[in-house]
Design a protein around this ligand. Structure first.
Ligand code: 26W
Length: 794
């Protein structure tokens, strides 16, 4: 077969349609075209992939291993086409066969192997690592079912399995030769001075590799995802005895371990299967890392100079005791030396301070599933106590194994994900450990990849920028600052806002087609899209929306700034309060959108099944970005960065990376409100803080009353009494205390939006000054301050 990367892309496409899909153009479905196109693009990526892998072995530079339970990748076809700068060629080839580019791209399911921020950050990091040419591998789990699909029945969230792998996935390469045996349970024996763990259950981890192509296809790293396989998948004896189910039981059990992603994004379930998943992929990854190292090196003491492992939160933390176990139990290093080597290799990123999100495993569960590791954790605690007699700080205490403390103690560097979050880590959850190890915590403020989140999802803005300052910004985002030179040119600003208007119209068309709701394209698109959680305060947003609607009803003919309030986001299955907020927003939307008096001034919509692809549609079309979390609760946020880069203004609190966004874009280009992180603590001291706020602001009282009086639920007036009660009597996230200031900020937003030149300039300055929030800048920070890794691209 002729080499597939023929210059003429059309031929390559047709060749794959014919020989890979076995279809001729006349009978090909969208799926066939999408698969053929994927293979044609993949061929070109594989060339880079092979040469990158070869160069990595030759150079024998330091490798980075990014261990994450989640990679929220989204779609890969457009990402490949854009990174290879083949958009025009592909469009031309498809059009020549009468196929529409967007239609074929939309046929691809999202790889939804993550919950939210943490998982998407990992995906952005992979793109930046490849763009920079840093030799790295992502390690994770090949979930057969990604994050559940969300739909609404009577406004209620309904979950259904996500089945991305039910059709062939063109971006992965199965590696049947990479099959690693992982043990669970059993006991620990001591034979002739050696400690031997004899697991009672064995599962095999099979590798599936996905090439991650960087900008301009100069480099490609590997994402290796592990799938569970049975050691002996089929028991013929049982089958012949007619016990068919039992015959295949092992296979089913093994697959369970990589069957589904846990949909919790900030509440540790503490479930056995979750711990098995964490150990399964951590152990397989550590084995694979050691096999690769030992294939080219013979002294494991060299390991810290040749590899850097990043733990994406505590979910892979068991990788520390696992590496130590292998070095000590299997390779014969002393415990102290094994600990030193492990310490030299591992680093840990913390992504949340929420107590309920910090993993603490019951020691009995850990002891039963991983008996040897529990022993090793005890010895790590002993070693740490011996080295730091002044303080008794242990990972294991009160019957639990605290994975945050364990990760901190084992890690070389610990980092937070925004300046405020890192400071709060030092003052709260890791206060004592920070005092013991004052130079261990560093900050690495998050970032997002400009390829997917500007260049690909907002092509009109991208070409306007490139026309103005050249295209180097795509890989050097801080060059956006150069736009400040053209921002005062009225013509340029009009074109900038026309791009926004066209994106809004495209969104209006999409929502009309897919949801039958016609949004007002001339309204301000006010968007809050993220996981549902009380600390993110979607209920503050809808409460302000209700108060706003009530004001419009009082005075329908006033000169209101028309708004479209767009919500999207999933709630974890068991998080009933968050699910009720979704239902409330849908109930409010039903009443407000049907209200003839007000609907020209206000519309509300909750779009179902929020995922990466929907974000790529919504963000370029947004005017206002809602980043309204209770100060001190959002570790960083990354959506906030994507909105600012796409010319949306932020209404937000001084929380997470909002602080740094406001510093970069200028406080005059940011709508700030709310209590500060340290004021939050004080405010909570006041036992009736919510009641006081309600008494002080009749608008708030009136909006809360509407939650009780059936305004939005005539068929069931008291449906949201529990939400109103929560806000009135406990209100842990200070919705009531921040309401008045939020209202004030929103009215300032209205005032600014009315003055088009003012708003346009503020929006353009957000784009121009948000270049620092590139994940390339973040990754260069990790390479320099944590990993000591170099780019292999000249
Ligand atoms: C054990 C259950 C569980 C699962 C996921 C607990 C916690 C998590 C994640 C840490 C939650 C998460 O996604 N955190 C988000 O991480 C982003 C990337 O750093 C930050 O931008 C967000 O502020 C943070 O909420």
């Amino acid at each position: 077969m002729a080499s597939t990367s023929s210059p003429n892309f059309r031929d390559a496409l047709l060749r794959h349609l014919t020989y890979t899909m076995g279809k001729d153009p006349e009978h090909a479905q969208f799926f066939d075209w999408r698969m053929a196109l994927s293979h044609a693009i993949r061929d070109r990526i594989v060339d880079t992939w092979v040469s990158s892998t070869r160069k990595t072995y030759q150079q024998d530079g330091k490798r980075v291993y990014y261990l994450s339970m989640e990679f929220l990748i989204g779609r890969l076809l457009e990402d490949g086409i854009v990174n290879l700068e083949l958009v025009d060629e592909v469009k031309e080839a498809l059009t020549s066969f009468g196929m529409d580019y967007r239609t074929i791209l939309d046929d691809e399911p999202d790889a939804a192997l993550g919950n939210g921020g943490l998982g998407r950050l990992a995906a952005c990091f992979l793109d930046s690592l490849s763009t920079i040419g840093c030799p790295a591998m992502g390690y994770g789990i090949r979930y057969e079912n990604g994050l559940f699909k969300q739909s609404f029945v009577d406004g209620r969230q309904v979950e259904s399995p996500e089945t991305w792998l039910q059709e062939p996935h063109p971006w992965e390469f199965e590696r049947p030769e990479v099959l690693l045996r992982i043990g669970f349970g059993g006991e620990v024996n001591y034979e002739n001075g050696k400690t031997l763990w004899r697991p009672s259950e064995m599962i095999e981890a099979e590798a599936f590799d996905t090439p991650i192509c960087g900008w301009q296809g100069k480099w490609a790293n590997t994402l290796r995802l592990w799938a569970g396989r049975a050691v002996d998948p089929f028991d013929l004896g049982l089958f012949n005895s007619g016990d068919f189910a039992a015959a295949a039981e092992h296979e089913a059990l093994a697959r369970t371990i990589s069957r589904v992603l846990y949909p919790e994004d900030s509440n540790e379930a503490g479930k056995e299967l979750r711990l098995k998943q964490e150990y399964f992929f951590s152990a397989a990854s550590i084995r694979d890392i050691l096999r690769r190292f030992e294939s080219a090196h013979d002294d494991l003491r060299e390991l810290p100079n040749k590899i850097a492992i990043q733990l994406n939160d505590t979910h892979p933390a068991i990788a520390g005791p696992e590496l130590l176990r292998i070095l000590h139990d299997e390779r014969g290093f002393s415990f102290e030396e094994a600990l030193e080597i492990t310490h030299g290799c591992l680093n840990y990123t913390n992504h949340t301070l929420l107590p309920e999100a910090l993993e603490r495993w019951d020691e009995r569960l850990m002891g039963r599933l991983l008996p040897r590791h529990l022993q090793i954790i005890d010895r790590i605690d002993d070693a740490h106590a011996k080295a730091n007699p002044s303080r008794t700080l242990s990972a294991r205490s009160d019957g639990q194994v605290k994975m945050g403390e364990l990760s901190f103690i084992v890690a070389n560097k610990v980092n937070g994900v925004s300046a405020l979050h890192t400071d709060l880590m030092k003052q709260t959850v890791f206060k004592e450990l920070h005092e013991l190890h004052p130079d261990r915590i560093v900050n690495q403020t998050n970032g997002v990849t400009p390829r997917r989140w500007v260049h690909s999802c907002n092509p009109a803005l991208s070409s306007l920028i490139t026309e103005s300052i050249g295209d180097e910004w795509v890989a050097d985002l801080e060059q956006l600052r150069k736009l400040e030179g053209v921002i005062d040119d009225k013509g340029w600003l009009d074109r900038f806002m026309q791009v926004k208007q066209n994106n809004k119209q495209a969104l209006v068309d999409y929502v009309a087609k897919s949801h039958g709701v016609v949004l007002n394209p001339n309204a301000m698109f006010d968007v809050q899209i993220k996981r549902m959680h009380e600390y993110k305060r979607q209920h503050l947003n809808i409460l302000e929306t209700i108060a706003h609607w009530q004001e419009i009803k009082d005075n329908p003919h006033a000169d209101w700034v028309p708004r479209v309030k767009i919500f999207a986001g999933k709630a974890a299955q068991g998080y009933y309060f968050a699910k009720d907020i979704i239902r409330l927003i849908n109930d409010v939307s039903k009443v407000v959108n049907a209200d003839v008096e007000t609907r020209d001034a206000l519309q509300v919509i909750f779009l179902p099944n929020y995922n990466v692809s929907l974000a790529e549609r919504l963000i370029p079309a947004s005017d206002l970005s809602e980043q309204i979390s209770t100060a001190g609760k959002e570790a960083s946020g990354t959506g906030n960065m994507k909105f600012a880069l796409n010319g949306a203004l932020t209404v937000g609190t001084l929380d997470g990376a909002n602080v740094e966004i406001r510093e970069q874009v200028g406080e005059e280009n940011f709508f700030l409100f709310g209590l500060l992180a340290d004021e939050v603590m004080q405010r909570r001291m006041i036992h009736d803080h919510a009641q006081q706020a309600i008494d002080a602001d009749p608008r708030l009282g009136r909006a809360l009353a509407a939650l009780r009086d059936g305004t939005f639920t005539p068929e069931e007036p008291g449906r949201y009494n529990h939400i109103a009660d929560n806000l009135t009597w406990s209100d842990y996230f200070l919705v009531c205390s921040d309401f008045s200031d939020y209202w004030r900020a929103q009215r300032e937003v209205d005032k600014a939006y009315k003055i088009k030149p003012k708003w346009s300039k503020m929006a353009a300055l957000n784009t121009a000054r948000s270049g620092w929030f590139s994940s390339d800048r973040t990754i260069r920070g990790y390479m320099c301050d944590i990993w000591g890794a170099e780019s292999l691209l000249a």
